[in-house]
Design a protein around this ligand. Structure first.
Ligand code: FAD
Length: 315
């Protein structure tokens, strides 16, 4: 089912929802572990959809559609396939989209992609696309309303020091080209995100925005991911985590509490579509969803409805 239709469905419309991102593992054991994990995660907390990343530089062009197929057909989950333009000729993009469509996948996250490893400049593949907006236009032209298109948003800019207004203009271009929802880059600064959503709304971006939530599993990965994605770490995160950085259990426990507070702030501001970067792990995600009380169906009902986000959950 398309995410845009699901958002209007009574089972999901006025609820706090969550969704899971997974990436294609490198080994066959890793793939089997992922399937087992998806199966378990679906049992304890049914996600609105799961999305599967497209390996950097097109490296998982075979595997991503296979995982999408298994999640869609065997696990009966609604899926969203990521698709990037890096190293992807027009023919390869056509094939990838057809494979996804044929498996029943009706959602694609259209991305430009980063430059290939060891390259700093991004170059367009033969017959391929330059920007994510071009890929959105192509999918829209080819599949019309058959595929629901999502795009990436960057609450702190594409990279540190980026001009936020300019990055919102690029986001608007992607939405105007036909995107029906936005998934954001991970972030820890909830206040900045809430302000960014307001700016997007003021600029006429009215599609649903799924905040990218990265659970904290260990100190090293927490720091590495924040650095890699160039996002700010609020001081209260550092104050809570730095003193216990060498104790994995304490980091997980304090990390879960911080992320629960973070999610509550988003929910209190009407942002109800929680999107988890699982990193193919379940424990930290489960701790957050459980502590938010969302596994209790009644608590999942949205009780607070400020104007800035809920009114724009139309597509
Ligand atoms: P775009 O929005 O097209 O922007 C790319 C660059 O072009 C930016 O610097 C932007 O400023 C500039 N730009 C855009 N439009 C214009 C224009 N009209 N004129 C001039 N400049 C313009 N990467 C993967 O490899 N695989 C994944 O599965 C994946 N999943 C992701 C999921 C999410 C939610 C996010 C936030 C990122 C993901 N990425 C993934 C990373 C993403 O591919 C990179 O961040 C990439 O550098 C930008 O992709 P984009 O789709 O946002 O590009």
């Amino acid at each position: 089912m398309k995410i845009s239709d699901k958002l209007q469905h009574s089972d999901w419309k006025d609820k706090i929802t969550w969704s899971y991102e997974f990436f294609p593992p490198k080994t066959s054991t890793g793939i089997q572990n992922l399937y087992n994990r998806i199966d378990r995660m679906k049992e304890w907390g049914y996600p609105m959809f799961v999305d599967v990343t497209w390996g950097a530089g097109g490296s998982t062009s075979d595997l991503t559609p296979v995982i999408v197929n298994v999640a869609q057909k065997d696990f009966q989950l609604d899926t969203c396939m990521h698709l990037t333009c890096t190293n992807m000729s027009g023919e390869m993009i056509r094939t990838a989209l057809k494979k996804a469509y044929d498996t029943g996948c009706r959602n694609v996250l259209a991305l430009r992609g980063d430059p290939p490893k060891n390259e700093t400049e991004w170059t367009q593949a033969e017959g391929g696309f330059r920007y994510a907006a071009d890929l959105v236009r192509y999918i829209k032209k080819t599949y019309g309303d058959e595929i629901c298109i999502g795009v990436a948003g960057y609450p702190e800019g594409y990279s540190p020091g980026d001009d936020i207004d300019r990055s919102i203009s690029h986001l608007k271009e992607k939405v105007d080209a036909g995107a029906s929802f936005i998934v954001t880059q991970m972030f820890y600064d909830a206040d900045n995100f809430i302000e960014w959503v307001k700016k997007c709304r003021e600029r006429g971006i009215s599609v649903p925005i799924f905040p990218g939530i990265m659970p904290i599993q260990a100190w090293d990965s927490f720091i590495r991911r924040a650095k890699w994605s160039g996002v700010k770490i609020p001081q209260h995160f550092m104050d809570a985590l730095l003193p216990v950085k060498d104790n994995d259990d304490d980091i997980r426990e304090r990390g879960a509490e911080l992320m629960v507070q973070f999610c509550r702030k988003l929910i209190d501001n009407g942002i109800t579509r929680l999107h988890f970067y699982t990193m193919n792990l379940e424990k930290a995600v489960k701790m957050i969803i459980e502590r938010l009380g969302l596994l209790d169906k009644e608590l999942q009902e949205v009780t607070k409805k400020p104007e800035n986000e809920l009114t724009t959950n139309r597509t």
